[in-house]
Design a protein around this ligand. Structure first.
Ligand code: SF4
Length: 353
């Protein structure tokens, strides 16, 4: 084998974690164990097309080979999972207990014709945005590629075929670059779910080195930038990352990145009453949107007792939206889905508390 692969995090099995492997690696591993590589294709088909994770049920594979497959690969997703459906039945939150008892959450957002999965890239988050519950719980550890892909596999297994993925769950994805992009390579592969790269969005709090690496690697994705506040002088109050990743430098790097491809850029803006909702704040946001040629997505804060801010009124939210529209900047309002099950934006991490 050309490279070493992930093993399960609790070290209780020496098998290779299946969902952290690209199809080519699955086949190569089969070959190393004397199984023809077409059997690797059959395994991939059972897993990703038929949701069958037990080799003994892969009917067109000989019993002897089923046994070897079961010896080589670990198909287990999580230690346990509990799922909660929102009252409006448009969001399902999965609390996934990992094998070392850490917990990650992912949320299926149901649309009429497709399902989006809001996925986690880290257990907790080190970035500490003051309006986000995941920031409150702090950083536990990185997720492996297997654990990221497993969130999608689990959602499929409970009946939600996932067509769109947003890395907007727990964690700053660009701080877990290797595993996040390995998982994207796996999920977009024609022999797995074949999810379109255009349907994948990576959200960042403005981690400069991450976008510089995207430029160097020529990795082009839809990017969402969580602005917090466009005014550099006050941004640090709600986003301490401003100290190391100043917005004025960051946006120049993003501008360069955007000039290299035609994927979408969205500015995520969480509205906090009397903090970032003034005329000046919104004007600064509009200027940023014009400079970067980016769509604005307004998110009213999802309140939580651990978060020291309040949302703005619906009337004000609409006024801000209309003001942005008047300036001819594309704008959307993200209406709350799953707030009753703490599955809405910035609310992930409840199970830790
Ligand atoms: S908003 Fe994102 S980057 Fe900021 S603390 Fe929450 S999860 Fe981390």
């Amino acid at each position: 084998m050309t490279q070493s692969h992930e093993k399960r995090i609790d070290g209780m099995t020496t098998k290779q974690t299946f969902f952290g492997l690209l199809p080519e690696e699955v086949k190569e591993t089969c070959k190393d164990r004397g199984i023809p590589s077409f059997i690797g294709d059959q395994v991939l088909h059972w897993v990703y097309n038929k949701n069958i994770l037990d080799p003994a049920k892969m009917r067109n594979i000989a019993k002897k080979n089923q046994e070897i497959i079961a010896e080589i690969f670990d198909f287990s997703l999580f230690k346990s999972v509990s799922s909660l459906m929102s009252h409006e039945e448009n969001a399902v939150k999965n609390n996934c207990v990992l094998f070392d008892n850490n917990i990650v959450e992912c949320v299926v957002l149901k649309e009429k014709k497709y399902n989006t999965l809001c996925i986690s890239s880290q257990c907790g988050c080190p970035v500490d945005c003051k309006f986000c519950l995941t920031g409150v719980i702090g950083f536990k550890r990185q997720l492996t590629a297997h654990e990221i892909v497993a969130q999608v596999v689990y959602s499929h297994s409970i009946g939600y075929a996932i067509t769109n993925i947003v890395f907007m769950g727990m964690g700053e994805p660009l701080l877990n670059y290797e595993n996040v992009f390995k998982s994207i390579d796996i999920l977009t592969h024609p022999k797995t779910y074949n999810i379109s790269k255009r349907n994948i969005t990576v959200s960042t709090s403005g981690y400069m080195a991450g976008v510089e690496r995207l430029i160097k690697d020529e990795r082009f994705v839809n990017l969402a930038f969580s602005v917090g506040m466009a005014d550099p002088l006050r941004r640090e109050q709600i986003m301490p990352t401003e100290k190391r990743n100043p917005i004025l430098t960051f946006i120049k790097v993003v501008k360069e990145y955007q000039s290299m491809h035609n994927r979408k850029l969205t500015l995520e803006y969480t509205l906090l009453e009397n903090v970032n909702d003034s005329e000046f704040d919104i004007k600064s946001l509009i200027n940023l949107s014009k400079y970067l040629n980016a769509k604005i997505n307004l998110i009213n804060l999802n309140p939580h007792p651990k978060i020291p801010y309040k949302p703005i009124s619906v009337k004000k939210l609409h006024q801000i939206r209309d003001k942005i529209k008047k300036e001819k900047c594309p704008v959307t309002v993200r209406y709350k889905k799953g707030q009753d099950i703490s599955a809405a934006c910035g609310q992930l991490g409840e199970s830790y508390l």
